[in-house]
Structures are given as structure tokens and as C-alpha cells.
Write a protein of this length. Structure first.
Length: 478
């Protein structure tokens, strides 16, 4: 019997787990994939929005501003990449200027600080590659960019260190109310708990509807992206938005914390909750609309494209709270943009609801800090030489594009909730995320995984399940 089971190990589930790990409780996170950060949290814009876009008074507005305020301090506590680079919302036509002013006024009402409207000359002085057609822009210096993998993994590792259990490859198939709470029927057996937190992303509606007569519908909204090489990373210095529409914030152009350039996303409602395929039409739309706001984007430097799904609801707001007719079942659903920016506050709010309902008491030994994987590139020459002398694995470059060493990959595998697949290593170290997209380093990474996990390369997968890399050969004959 658990006190709390959290379903879903994305940023919302991990943030909630980390906050709940402050209290004396038996907590478990159940995740259907092989690792944390395998759904919406791994494929998004990685923007820490300032908070001017959401409707005043909505949960999106409140938690966005609060999450933005928390992010920098959290990045220092948990050691993940974050940069406060600022953002611009472009107005390209004088006729649209009232809409820009309305966005500014909404930001003021939401509590966003330091915003101001810039004229054309000020915008071009800040961002020379913005289109010459710009008329004005809303400047929000509190906006930032983050590594979504680093954020999600840091939250989960810290929760784990503080006693939270994690069960992977465990899909919830049914939920039944009991006198003591709930029984979860999963692909790995049954679990009993007093309280459930439903943080299952695009699947949150299916879980909610198992226990509640008040039905929920999550609409998967696909977004296509293009990622450009680091040689294009300085094309803009801050996140560039178009004026928002009813489908969202439109196509953005943004630097990433690792020095790449990101453009996207589209916004296409789909039925398939696993429909993360890119489309030619979607990518063409990304390229065309990005070019309307930022000129001379070096599209020949695209190194990959991808798509993610947002968990959209008709209410167009986060759904956080206890289901009215299912006591002890806490929804944390409809978490779309600005979900990454809001996640520290989402975790804070959801954990507070659980704490107050269950009367949880704080621990005296909560560990609030976590140290990430050591990157030798951050050391000076003497420190790096000393590290390599002590551990030669840090002198063996595995990923040449990102200059990732064997020592970093070993750390990624051995640390709490360590990597078990190529994608798990990639999310933790960036090995395979560079220009060649793992064309060179994947065999060596597989060798290290096999060695460290005590298996052979035939069992190594790209992302868990049946995604094996080496197939079609009888290994017993080799």
C-alpha cells in the first residue's frame, strides 16, 4: 500500500514527486515507457515563457508566472541548464499594434515584470536578423530557455534520492476505487494506494474517465520542429514569437541552451496519442512562417526534425485538482504550453493538494540539491588534466560532435535512475545529438551500455521496448 502513486514521469509528474518527497510518505511513480521524459516533456520548445499570453486569472497564467520566478533558483539547486535570454513578440503591421498593446496589458495583469514595447529601431538594434517589416515588439526580459531533458531528469533524480520509487515499463490498464483508496491494474501487476496523481499527459483523460462520471477529453495537438546546427545558434539571441492566435503562440525562432537554433512548432489536432510523426506539410509551414519573422535563417544547417504532442483541452487551461466524484484522485492534466515554464509551480500546487488532503508531515532530512553529470569542457586545462589522470575515461571522446566522453556516459548509466538505452544516454549527456545525429558514436555508446548493464549489444535498444538496434542476426552463431 502506497500513500501516493503518481502516474507519469514527465515534468509534471516528476515535479510533483520531487515536491512530495519533502514529506513523510510512501510514494511511487509509475511510467509506461522505459525512462523519465519520454512523452510531451522530451519534444517541445524548451521555452520558459514570461507569462503574458495566458488569460488573466487562469491556472496557466498564475502557474506560468510563478514557475518562471522559480526556475532560476531551481536550476541552481538541481544543476540543469537554464538561461534567461528574454523574448520578443513581433508586430509586423500597424493595424495589429492594438493586439500587441493588449498582450502587454495582459502581462501586466498577470504579474509579469520588466516588460516594455519596443519600436522598430529598438527591435532591430537588439536582433539584427529580425525581418525588416517589423513595426514594434513586446520585449519580456524574464523569459528564458531550458534543457527540458535536464529539468525532467533532475527533478526525478532528486525525488528518487529522497525516497520516491520509480516503476518503468509499467502501463496502467485499469483503476478501481476501494475503501482504502485505489487499486491500479497494470502490465506489471497490481498496486494499491491511498491517493492517485494523474500526470499522464495525453493519456490523462483515459485514466480520469476510469474513475469519474465527469468525463475529460484530451486532444493531442502535434507540433513539428526543425533543429539547426550550432553554427546557426547565434542567428538570434532571444526567443522570437509572432503575435499569438487561437491555436497558440505560432512559429517561434529560438536559441537553445546548448547553442543550437530551434524553429517551430505547428499546431495540428490529431487523434493518435502516439502520432509524433513529422509531415512534409508541417515542416514546410515551419520554414515558411519562421522566415516571415526572422530573415536569412540558414536552413541548410538543419540537422534533424521532430514532432511532439501537446495535451490540449477544450477548456484551454490546466486541470489541477481532485476529481469531484473520485475522492483522492488528483488530476494534473491538460498540461500544454506553458507547461515547461509552469512545471515547478505545477508540482508545488499538486503536492500541496495531496499534502493537505492526507495531512502529510515534513521530513527533517530532505535533500534539496542534486549535482548533474560532470562535463570536462567546463573545467580549465589543469583541472581537466587532473580529472583524466584520476579517471582516464574522461579523456576518451565518444561523441565527436558534442565532445562527450566515456566518463560522462558511464556516469549517465550509473547515476540514480540511470540510462538504459541510447536515447537515455542521449538525453543525459547529448551523445548523439550533434551534427551527425549519432552516426559515429552509437556503436561505441552501445558497447559501453552493454558493458555497464551486464548484457550484450543485441539487447541494447534505442528507446526501450522492441526498439533494438541490432536485429535479424542469430547472436548465438557469432
Amino acid at each position: 500500500m502506497y500513500d501516493v502513486i503518481i502516474i507519469g514521469a514527465g515534468v509534471s509528474g516528476a515535479a510533483t514527486a520531487r515536491e512530495l518527497s519533502r514529506y513523510q510518505a510512501k510514494i511511487c511513480v509509475i511510467e509506461k515507457e522505459e525512462d523519465v521524459c519520454c512523452g510531451t516533456s522530451k519534444a517541445n520548445s524548451a521555452i520558459v515563457h514570461a507569462g503574458y499570453d495566458a488569460v488573466t486569472g487562469s491556472l496557466k497564467a498564475k502557474l506560468n508566472v510563478r514557475g518562471n520566478e522559480m526556475m532560476e533558483g531551481l536550476s541552481k539547486e538541481l544543476d540543469f541548464p537554464f538561461k534567461k535570454c528574454g523574448s520578443l513578440v513581433l508586430c509586423l503591421d500597424k493595424e495589429d499594434y492594438p493586439n500587441l498593446e493588449a498582450l502587454y496589458e495582459r502581462g501586466v495583469a498577470n504579474g509579469v515584470k520588466e516588460m516594455r514595447i519596443l519600436d522598430r529601431e529598438e527591435v532591430l538594434a537588439m536582433e539584427p536578423n529580425v525581418t525588416d517589416k517589423v513595426y514594434a515588439a513586446l520585449y519580456a526580459p524574464t523569459a528564458g530557455i531550458v534543457c527540458p531533458f535536464g529539468l525532467n531528469i533532475a527533478l526525478a533524480e532528486n525525488a528518487y534520492v529522497n525516497g520516491v520509487e520509480f516503476r518503468f515499463h509499467t502501463q496502467v490498464e485499469d483503476i478501481k476505487k476501494t475503501e482504502e483508496g485505489y487499486t491500479l491494474y497494470t502490465s506489471k501487476g497490481t498496486f494499491k494506494t491511498k491517493c492517485v496523481v494523474n500526470a499522464a499527459g495525453v493519456y490523462a483523460d483515459r485514466l480520469h474517465n476510469m474513475v469519474s462520471e465527469e468525463k475529460m477529453e484530451i486532444i493531442p495537438r502535434r507540433g513539428d520542429y526543425c533543429l539547426l546546427d550550432k553554427s546557426a545558434g547565434n542567428h538570434v539571441g532571444m526567443t522570437i514569437f509572432a503575435l499569438p492566435s487561437k491555436l497558440g503562440k505560432g512559429i517561434l525562432v529560438s536559441p537553445t541552451v546548448h547553442g543550437n537554433l530551434l524553429i517551430g512548432p505547428t499546431a495540428v489536432d490529431v487523434e493518435d496519442k502516439e502520432g509524433t510523426n513529422t509531415t512534409r506539410e508541417g515542416l514546410e509551414q515551419v520554414i515558411e512562417k519562421a522566415g516571415m519573422n526572422v530573415r536569412d535563417i540558414p536552413m541548410r544547417q538543419v540537422i534533424t526534425s521532430f514532432a511532439g504532442l501537446r495535451a490540449h483541452t477544450e477548456a484551454d487551461d490546466f486541470i489541477i485538482g481532485e476529481a469531484e466524484d473520485a475522492a483522492g484522485f488528483i488530476d494534473c492534466a491538460g498540461i500544454e504550453s506553458p507547461g515547461i515554464a509552469s512545471c515547478p509551480a505545477i508540482g508545488e500546487m499538486t503536492a500541496r493538494i495531496v499534502r493537505d488532503k492526507m495531512g502529510l508531515k515534513e521530513k527533517e532530512d530532505f535533500v534539496c540539491t542534486r549535482k548533474g553529470i560532470l562535463n570536462p569542457e567546463t573545467l580549465d586545462k589543469e583541472e581537466r588534466n587532473a580529472l583524466i589522470k584520476e579517471n582516464p575515461a574522461y579523456g576518451n571522446i565518444i561523441c565527436r560532435c558534442e565532445m562527450i566522453t566515456e566518463g560522462e556516459i558511464i556516469d549517465a548509466i550509473r547515476r540514480p535512475l540511470g540510462a538504459k538505452s541510447l536515447d537515455g544516454v542521449k538525453r543525459r549527456t547529448r551523445a548523439g545529438m550533434g551534427r551527425c545525429q549519432s552516426g559515429f558514436c552509437s556503436p561505441r555508446t552501445m558497447e559501453i551500455l552493454a558493458r555497464e548493464c551486464g548484457t550484450d549489444m543485441f539487447d541494447i535498444t534505442k528507446s526501450g521496448g522492441k526498439s533494438h538496434i541490432v536485429v535479424g542476426t542469430n547472436k548465438d552463431t557469432l
